[in-house]
Each structure stands twice: as structure tokens, then as C-alpha cells.
Ligand binder design. Structure first.
Ligand SMILES: *Cc1c(COP(=O)(O)O)cnc(C)c1O
Length: 403
């Protein structure tokens, strides 16, 4: 069986985890802080906070921005449920917007969904391809859009507009306008979950990139404290002689990264540019070369003059294919021992969001994408022989089902 995206766990990872375990410090400590510093360097941002998941980190940011019941947060309809679930955790309303055929939020459709209650937007770099950040930022800074914004907290007053919290769960290492993803939004949050390009088993990181008058180093300290129950001294600081007393300044979250997991991340990051990304790019290239000539194949875009993907998900689409046919094709592929996936079942099809009244028919592009999409395996240890096998199996399955 060719799996879909197993993590790369080799001797180097095992050795570094062992060293971390034997170091006498297993929770947040020197390795986590080093990992944060290295991500900041890689992404060209001043401050990065490591957390235990994308979900926890992103919810922490909504809390920091004062998102509450009665507020609205815009999300693309085509994403993983986490993007919307955190909005519900804060009690706010999820406002869904349709996507373009490159799977990213359609910026031209956002403005009509902005109201006086809109407090934040969470665009998603689906598959690793950055969204159109320039157009989004231009829209949110437009006078008519800013004039609608009602600031209810100090941070909202300081920013004076809708917050951009980028869901970059897929796009670590992608580029936008020659810059690594991380500095295009107010906050950019990565996921280091086991299936992501760079993994720490579970984990995430927040790139802090707020405009003046915010001081990002200051915000780092606040978010760091909020990630540890609002406690003003972490476990490491408390180990210093006599330094036992602490205060709690807010009912904070508990979502810090551990040094054990950071040790995986440090190895992953060290070889990310030299091994991980080139390999993933090569896999995409082989898939596209093998498939693009079939007139039923719509191969994903992953490179243009503005952006380059992180090559996270190979989102193949099958032209003139119904959902029922797509499902048969997937069954056929699995029968040949190749694992594939569908990214994503749009939010309105999930029972919870359906029960809130969302309907897929209101999002025609998302409907079209989801019905004929198949994601192919992409992972470091995939061999050329296996890539060719995947192509062969996909071609045979499509030919068999679509005749
Ligand atoms: C994986 C994923 C998340 C959630 O990441 P966790 O680290 O598991 O919380 C959020 N958004 C998208 C688009 C994802 O694919």
C-alpha cells in the first residue's frame, strides 16, 4: 500500500528526541525557544511563538483580539473545520465566502460579506499556495471598509480594522512576492501536525507581524503568557533559586509547545529547504508531467510570478466528473493499494455547520471543486517508482470509470 503522507521519522529525529529526553528538561524550554528563533529567521519576521497546535494558537489570537459572541469572522468555505471551529469556540458567527478555482478565498467576493460586526478574517493557503494577500490587504485598508469597523477593545482600537489571521497550516515555506509566508498578514499561524510539510507530531507556530503602534516583541510576551494560563512566570523561570512566586494576569489558555516536540521541529527545519521542499516540488512536477496531457486532468497551479507553493497537497481535479464518479474512481485507486484523499468536504456539508443553516449551493465554485477533486500522496520517502505507479493507477481508474 502506498500511504498518503507518513511523517519522515529517521535516526536523526530519534536521536534528537532522545537527547531532549535525557537533557533533564522536557516541557517548554531552550529547544522551544531556539525553534521559535529559527522559524523567525526562516520567515523573516521578528517574533514567533511556538504552540501545541494550529487550533490552539489561532484561538488564542481570536481571544487576544477580543472576538466574542455577536462578532463575525470571515472564513473560506473550502477548508478544514478547524478554521471555522475556533470562531465558534469564541461564540462568534462564521461568515463563509466562496473560493476561486485555485482553491484560495475569492477576494473579490469578500467585501459584500463585511458588516459592522466583522472583526477578523481567516484566509487559508489551501494546499500550500498563498492566497492573494496584496488584494486582501488593499481591501481591508480601503477607507469605506475601515469606516465600517467598530473597535470595542484596546487592541481593536489600535489596529483600527479587520484583523487578518492567516491559516498557513499548509504553507510553511511557500513564497509570496519573493518572500516566505509569515509576514503577509497580522498573524500567520502554521500547523506542525503529523501530516503537514514540517511536523512536530502535534504543534504550531504564530508569526507576529502587527503594524505600528503595536510592538511585536511586546505582543510576543503577552501571547506567551496567555499560552501558559496567563501566568507571568514559566516553569523554567521558576527553577531559578528562590524564584517561586508568580501571578496570573488573565484566565489564559494552556497551549505551549514542549522541548521534546521542538527537538523534532529543529531537525525538520534544518533540512526543510535542502531536502523536504525540493523533494515535494519534484513529486508535483512528476505528477503534472504524467497527468497534464490527459484531457480529463486539471492539474493544480503551484507556481506563478507572484507565488510559489510549499507543495503540500497535490490537488488533482477530474474534468466532467460527477461526485458519484469521483467516489468510484477513488475506490478503484484504493483497490490498487494507493491511498488518496479529498481536500476538502466544504464546511456546509459537515453536520454541525449544516445544522446552523449553511448551504453548499450558495458556494458554486467550492461545490464544483469538491465534487471532482482527488489529492495524491506526497511525502519525502515516496520513490520515483511509486510516483509512476500512482500516476498509472489514477489513469487506469479514471479510464475505467469515465470510459
Ligand atoms: C491541519 C489544519 C489545521 C489544524 O491544525 P492543527 O495543528 O491540527 O490544529 C487548520 N487549518 C487547516 C487548513 C489544516 O489543514
Amino acid at each position: 500500500m502506498i500511504p498518503f503522507s507518513p511523517p519522515r521519522i529517521d535516526d536523526k529525529i530519534i536521536k534528537e528526541v532522545t537527547v531532549a529526553l535525557q537533557s533533564g528538561w522536557i516541557t517548554t524550554g531552550p529547544r522551544t525557544k531556539l525553534f521559535e528563533k529559527k522559524i523567525a529567521e526562516y520567515c523573516h519576521v521578528s517574533d514567533v511563538l511556538a504552540v501545541n497546535s494550529w487550533t490552539a494558537g489561532a484561538e488564542l489570537l481570536l481571544y487576544w483580539y477580543g472576538i466574542k459572541e455577536g462578532d463575525e469572522v470571515i472564513v473560506p468555505v473550502y477548508t478544514y473545520c478547524a478554521t471555522a471551529n475556533i470562531v465558534r469556540h469564541r461564540g462568534a458567527k462564521v461568515v463563509m465566502v466562496d473560493v476561486s478555482t485555485d482553491f484560495g478565498i475569492d477576494v473579490s467576493k469578500i467585501e459584500k460579506h463585511i458588516t459592522a460586526r466583522t472583526k477578523a478574517i481567516i484566509p487559508v493557503d489551501v494546499g500550500g499556495l498563498p492566497i492573494d494577500y496584496a488584494a486582501l490587504n488593499a481591501l481591508l485598508n480601503k477607507k469605506s471598509v475601515k469606516d465600517l469597523f467598530i473597535a470595542e477593545t484596546e487592541n481593536q482600537q489600535k489596529l483600527g480594522r479587520i484583523l487578518v489571521l492567516s491559516d498557513a497550516a499548509h504553507s510553511f515555506g511557500a513564497s509570496y512576492n519573493q518572500k516566505k509566508v509569515g509576514s503577509q498578514a497580522d498573524f500567520t499561524v502554521f500547523s506542525f501536525h503529523a501530516v503537514k510539510n514540517l511536523t512536530t507530531a502535534e504543534g504550531g507556530a504564530i508569526c507576529i507581524n502587527l503594524p505600528k503602534p503595536f510592538e511585536n516583541e511586546e505582543i510576543y510576551k503577552i501571547l506567551n503568557t496567555l499560552s501558559l494560563h496567563g501566568q507571568n512566570k514559566d516553569a523554567l523561570a521558576k527553577t531559578q533559586k528562590g524564584n517561586w512566586e508568580y501571578d496570573v494576569i488573565d484566565a489564559g489558555f494552556k497551549c505551549n509547545m514542549t522541548d521534546i516536540l521542538a527537538s523534532i521541529g529543529l531537525v525538520e527545519l534544518e533540512r526543510y529547504e535542502t531536502e523536504t521542499l525540493p523533494k515535494r516540488k519534484e513529486i508535483f512536477k512528476m505528477y503534472s508531467e504524467g497527468l497534464a496531457n490527459f484531457d480529463w486532468a486539471i492539474v493544480p497551479e503551484y507556481h506563478n510570478n507572484m507565488k510559489e507553493s510549499s507543495y503540500h497537497l497535490y490537488l488533482l481535479r477530474i474534468k466532467n466528473c460527477s461526485k458519484a464518479q469521483r467516489d468510484l474512481i477513488i475506490q478503484e485507486i484504493f483497490n490498487q493499494d494507493v491511498s488518496v484523499n479529498v481536500h476538502y468536504k466544504p464546511l456546509p456539508l459537515l453536520s454541525y455547520y449544516k445544522s446552523l443553516g449553511y448551504e453548499l449551493n450558495d458556494f458554486p465554485i467550492a461545490k464544483e471543486l469538491w465534487e471532482n477533486e482527488i489529492s495524491l500522496p506526497v511525502y519525502y520517502e515516496l520513490t520515483d517508482e511509486q510516483i509512476n505507479r500512482v500516476i498509472e493507477v489514477v489513469v487506469n481508474a479514471v479510464n475505467k470509470i469515465l470510459q
